[in-house]
Design a protein around this ligand. Structure first.
Ligand SMILES: [Zn+2]
Length: 478
C-alpha cells in the first residue's frame, strides 16, 4: 500500500529551519509530509498526494516545545493565591500556600486533560509534565496525540512553614526511596510505550528536598537509561539561602560538585544564581558552569513574574552560551503568552530592547527546548524532522494588518490565531479544542475539584486559618 502523503498547498508563510544558520527563516510554498515526518518544505511539491490542505492565509509554525509544566493540582490552583506570598520567604507563595492545595484522585485525569487541551491550543506539540505518577497519566497523554515526556517527581523531604516565617524540611528517606523506584518504573513504562510519542525523564523534585546521595543515584539511573534529568534548582531565594547554609554553594556549583551538570540536565527555573541581583554573591561564574557543561535551563517567566521575580536575563544567559528552553510551569498553560512574557521580562531584566528579539524567543521555544531534550527532529520544519507544527490563521483579527506574522502572533493574536495543531502529521487540536480528548467534560469537572481543594485548605494549614484568610478574594463580597 502506498503511504498517505499530505500537502499543505502554497502556504503564505512557512517558518522553516535553515541549516546554514541553525535558526528559522521565513519562506513560502508547499509543505508535504508522510509517516509523521516532513517530506518537503517550501517550493512546489510535484509528487503524489492523497490529501491537500490549503495554505492560503496560513503560516506554518514549528511545534512549540514546552520543557516544564505540571499537571496534578496546578490546573485547579487558578484564581486562589495570585495575591499571596510569604514575605519572610522573599514573597514566594510556593512553600506556605501552594502546598495547601489537595486534589481528589478522581480529578487527576480532568486536570491533565484541561492542561493538554490548553497547551495544544497554544501550539505546543511536545511537553515535559512533572507530576506524581497516576494510572490516568500515560493513557491520557497517549490519547491526546501530543508528544510527551513524563517526569515523575520524587523527593525525600517535604516542606513545612512554621508560623509564616521559617521553612523547615521534614525528611523521610524511606518514602523517598520508594517514590524513586516508582518513578523509574514509570519512566521505563513511558520509554517502552507503543505510541512512540511518550518518553521519560528522571526528575528529583527539588535540589533542596533530595539528599546528595539520591541526586547522584538519580543521575546514574538517567544516564544508564539514556534519558534526560530535570530538577527544580535556583528556583527561589529561600532555596538559595538553604543551600548556602548547608553547603556554601549556589545551585549550579552544588550540582557541579555532585557531577550532575551536563547536556542531559535541565534546571527548572534557574533564576537565583550568583549573578542575580537579589543574591549576596558578587561573583558571576554560574553561567559559565552551565554553558561549559551544556546544561539547559527551563525558563518559566509567567508564574515567577506573577510573584515579582525575574530571571536576569534570557538574553544574557544565551549570550553566555547557556541553552535556554521555555516552559509554562502552571496555568494559563499558554505557550504563546509565555513567549510574550519571556520577551518582555528579558528586556526589563536586561534593561534593553536589544536583550532578546522575536527570533530569539522563537528559538528558545522550539530549538532550545529540543536541544534540552537531546533532539534534532522536533521544534523545526525541515525535511526528515517530525511533522509537528501549527497552522496560524493570518486573517484572524489580531494577525492583521500583516507585515511580520511572528510579531503579530506574539504581541497580539496569541492562541486566538492558532487554527490547527499537528503532531507526527496528525491533527491533535482544531479551533482551540483537542481533537482526541473530552475537554469540555474535563473543564466541567474542575469546579468540583477546586471546591474540594478550597474545603481542605484550612485542614492542611499548620495554623488552621480559614480559606477566607488564606486566600482572600480580590474584592470584598458585600
Ligand atoms: Zn515547576
Amino acid at each position: 500500500m502506498d503511504k498517505q502523503i499530505t500537502v499543505i498547498r502554497q502556504a503564505d508563510t512557512i517558518v522553516a529551519y535553515d541549516a546554514a544558520t541553525g535558526g528559522h527563516v521565513y519562506t513560502r510554498g508547499d509543505v508535504a509530509f508522510a509517516d509523521g515526518a516532513f517530506l518537503q518544505v517550501g517550493g512546489a511539491y510535484t509528487g503524489p498526494a492523497q490529501e491537500e490542505i490549503s495554505g492560503k492565509d496560513r503560516m506554518v509554525l514549528p511545534g512549540l516545545v514546552n520543557v516544564h509544566c505540571h499537571s496534578g493540582d496546578e490546573p485547579i490552583a487558578k484564581g486562589i493565591f495570585e495575591d499571596e506570598g510569604t514575605t519572610a520567604l522573599w514573597g514566594n507563595a510556593l512553600y506556605e500556600y501552594s502546598s495547601l492545595i489537595d486534589i481528589p484522585a478522581e480529578a487527576v485525569e480532568a486536570t491533565l486533560t484541561v492542561m493538554l487541551g490548553d497547551l495544544m491550543a497554544s501550539g505546543v506539540t511536545t511537553l515535559v509534565d512533572i507530576a506524581g505518577p497516576n494510572p490516568a497519566w500515560l493513557p491520557t497523554l497517549a490519547k491526546s496525540g501530543a508528544r510527551a515526556y513524563v517526569a515523575p517527581g520524587f523527593r525525600e523531604a517535604r516542606w513545612h512553614v512554621e508560623n509564616s516565617h521559617r521553612l523547615d524540611f521534614v525528611w523521610d528517606k524511606a518514602r523517598g526511596a520508594e517514590a524513586f523506584e516508582r518513578a523509574l518504573a514509570t519512566v521505563d513504562e513511558a520509554e517502552a510505550h507503543p505510541s512512540g510519542r511518550l518518553r521519560g525523564i528522571v526528575a528529583p523534585a527539588q535540589i533542596e528536598t533530595c539528599s546528595p546521595e539520591l541526586l547522584q543515584k538519580a543521575a546514574e539511573a538517567a544516564r544508564t537509561r539514556g534519558v534526560p534529568i530535570t530538577i527544580h534548582a535556583a528556583q527561589t531565594m529561600t532555596e538559595h539561602e538553604e543551600l548556602l547554609r548547608r553547603t556554601g554553594m549556589t545551585s549550579p556549583q552544588y550540582l557541579d560538585s555532585l557531577g550532575l551538570l551536563g547536556p542531559d540536565l535541565i534546571l527548572g527555573h534557574c533564576i537565583f544564581i550568583d549573578s542575580h541581583s537579589w543574591t549576596r554573591q558578587r561573583s558571576d561564574s554560574d553561567l559559565d558552569l552551565l554553558a561549559k557543561s551544556g546544561t539547559s535551563v527551563a525558563h518559566n517567566p509567567v508564574t515567577f513574574s506573577r510573584s515579582g521575580m525575574i530571571l536576569q536575563s534570557v538574553g544574557r544567559y544565551r549570550r553566555r552560551g547557556v541553552n535556554v528552553g521555555l516552559g509554562t510551569d502552571s496555568y494559563p498553560f499558554n505557550m504563546l503568552e509565555e513567549m510574550r512574557q519571556a520577551l518582555i521580562c528579558s528586556r526589563i531584566a536586561g534593561a534593553s530592547v536589544a536583550d532578546l528579539d522575536t527570533s530569539g524567543i522563537l528559538e528558545v521555544a522550539t530549538l532550545g527546548g529540543a536541544k534540552a531534550l537531546g533532539r534534532t527532529d522536533i521544534g523545526r520544519i525541515e525535511t526528515g524532522a517530525r511533522a509537528d507544527f501549527s497552522l496560524i490563521d493570518l486573517k484572524q483579527k489580531g494577525m492583521q494588518p500583516n507585515y511580520d506574522p511572528l510579531r503579530n502572533l506574539l504581541h497580539c493574536a496569541a492562541e486566538r490565531a492558532v487554527s490547527a495543531v499537528y503532531v507526527d502529521g496528525a491533527c491533535v487540536s482544531r479551533s482551540g479544542r483537542p481533537v482526541n480528548l473530552d475537554y469540555d467534560g474535563a473543564l466541567a469537572a474542575l469546579q468540583d475539584a477546586q471546591d474540594f481543594a478550597i474545603r481542605h485548605l484550612q485542614g492542611n494549614d499548620p495554623q488552621r486559618r480559614p480559606a477566607s484568610v488564606l486566600a482572600r478574594p480580590s474584592l470584598a463580597w458585600k
